[in-house]
Design a protein around this ligand. Structure first.
Ligand SMILES: *Cc1c(COP(=O)(O)O)cnc(C)c1O
Length: 342
């Protein structure tokens, strides 16, 4: 078993696969293009093996549990261009575990972007016709797959971020919240605002619970890439509650503790929008920073929308979480070809 580290924020054991701390880079040219006083980028895209991203912090905790349970085969589900699944496939290879990804076919089956990397990393890939990640049918399909491995004498371990693994995933990002604040104190100072893009909302739940636990006054804004604000907010509060209970924390998250902006979902989850494509170009051309049009491009477009609405003010100091996902850029060349910048 690889060495475990005791995480001081949550008191849980984790692996140390992720390369932490990730850098906090100043982004002055992007700040001036946006009209912001100060902007730094937390580089979760540089968090380590298999091209990094915001899932590695969660995997350090989840895989510590999997190894403690004696698992030899990891089974999970997500969209077919999932950054999480690609990170999991990379982690499994590194740890010498098998990895079975049961992916939603509706998000595309072409061997490009993350799906190509899943193949390179040696994961077994099957497809499901389920289209909604919250559909309970997917839980049944995962247990059928796990049962098949058990019959072969294997020790499968089911990971489902929006299900059994949620509390552990939140712990991963509570620890990220502590790191973010340490970086800020050592660098640009505690920011007025942190912006992070949300899919499931788990990383935001961890950041929000972490800020609350650490009494950090920073306003946290999640930009939704997937769900309407009301549904996402309710789910984040519920998931954070379960995590707080499990960790024995005295604080609880309330809906007033963070904002969700849902103006940037565009044509839907996993689909680029004109604003996200423009935001990807803006970050590329001002800072040499590579975003993707599904998550981080929508996140930056959400920061722009928040400046327009007044939720973020021009005199604010902002940290933007670059949650990774750049491999997804290579699956969306079309969105750029048909929308060339002048
Ligand atoms: C998964 C992912 C997100 C969203 O994180 P959640 O914790 O699911 O909200 C954001 N950006 C990238 C690049 C991701 O892969």
């Amino acid at each position: 078993m690889p060495p475990l580290v005791r995480d001081p924020t949550t008191g849980l054991d984790r692996l140390a696969l992720a390369h932490l701390p990730t850098p906090l880079d100043p982004a002055p040219k992007l700040a001036s293009a946006l009209g912001l006083a100060r902007l730094s980028v937390k580089r979760e895209d540089l968090s380590g093996y298999a091209l990094g991203g915001n899932k590695l912090r969660q995997l350090d905790f989840i895989l510590a549990e999997a190894l403690a349970a004696g698992a030899d085969t990891l089974v999970t589900t997500a969209g077919s261009q999932s950054n999480f699944c690609r990170s999991l496939a990379g982690a499994a290879a590194k740890l010498g575990l098998s990895c079975h990804l049961h992916l939603r076919a509706a998000t595309g089956t072409d061997l490009v972007g993350n799906l190509l990397l899943d193949e390179v990393l040696g994961a077994t890939v099957t497809f499901t016709q389920v289209t909604d990640p919250w559909d309970s049918q997917i839980v049944q399909e995962l247990s059928n797959i796990a049962a098949g491995y058990e019959q072969q004498g294997k020790k499968p371990f089911i990971i489902q971020l929006t299900g059994v693994s949620a509390a552990t995933a939140i712990a991963g990002w509570m620890s990220g919240a502590a790191e973010l604040m340490q970086d800020a104190e050592a660098g640009p100072g505690i920011p007025d605002v942190v912006i992070s893009v949300c899919g499931s909302g788990l990383s935001l739940a961890g950041l929000a619970l972490g800020f609350k636990h650490l009494s950090c006054p920073t306003r946290l804004i999640g930009i939704s890439a997937q769900q309407p604000a009301a549904r996402l907010k309710a789910w984040i509060v519920t998931a954070a509650d379960a995590a707080a209970t499990r960790l024995g924390l005295s604080c609880r998250l309330t809906p007033e503790d963070f904002d969700i902006v849902d103006s940037e979902i565009g044509p839907g989850y996993g689909k680029p929008s004109a604003a996200s494509v423009a935001a990807v170009r803006l970050a590329g051309r001002t800072e040499g920073l590579l975003l993707d049009p599904i998550y981080t491009g929508k996140g930056l477009a959400g920061l722009q929308a928040s400046l327009r609405s007044g939720l973020v003010r021009h005199e604010h100091s902002v940290i933007f979480v670059h949650s990774g996902g750049t491999p997804g850029l290579f699956a969306h060349a079309d969105a750029f070809g048909t929308d060339r910048a002048a």
